[in-house]
Design a protein around this ligand. Sequence first.
Ligand SMILES: [Zn+2]
Ligand SMILES: [Zn+2]
Length: 160
Amino acid sequence: MLRPDFDDIYMELAVNLAKRSHCIKRHVGAVLAKDTRIISIGYNGPPAGTHNCDEEWADVGCPRDSKGGCSLALHAEQNAILYAVKNKTSVDGATLYITLSPCLACSRIIYSMGIRKVIYLNSYAEHKGIASDEGVDFLRKFGVEVERFNKLLTNVTHMI
Ligand SMILES: [Zn+2]
Ligand SMILES: [Zn+2]
């Protein structure tokens, strides 16, 4: 029997969490782990108790920001980090598994929170035809280890 390593398990969980997103355009999932234990999870969407984009704006889509993202949503990694902090769990030294390369705003938060390593599945820049992921560049520049997950996940269809 194939024995999956933690990277596979956590990335597969992040992909499954992404499917829970209520946002219409983009589904992103995140897992925060430390010492082989999960400390938090998240997916993109407006703060709990505010909006469900897919129900409120089913035909037109939710209000967009200047970059075309959902203007109401917290990003998956923001939700994961905020949940941990709210519950007084330290994310210092943690590893972030995320289905989409982090944006610059999230990367600033990731760095500030002391997250040590980021493993992402899909590249936003690649998807958009941009030369490089500015969030990834930022993290690498300031010493956060960033890796692209490039193994095949068994039960998972890659999506953005
Ligand atoms: Zn939305
Ligand atoms: Zn972000």
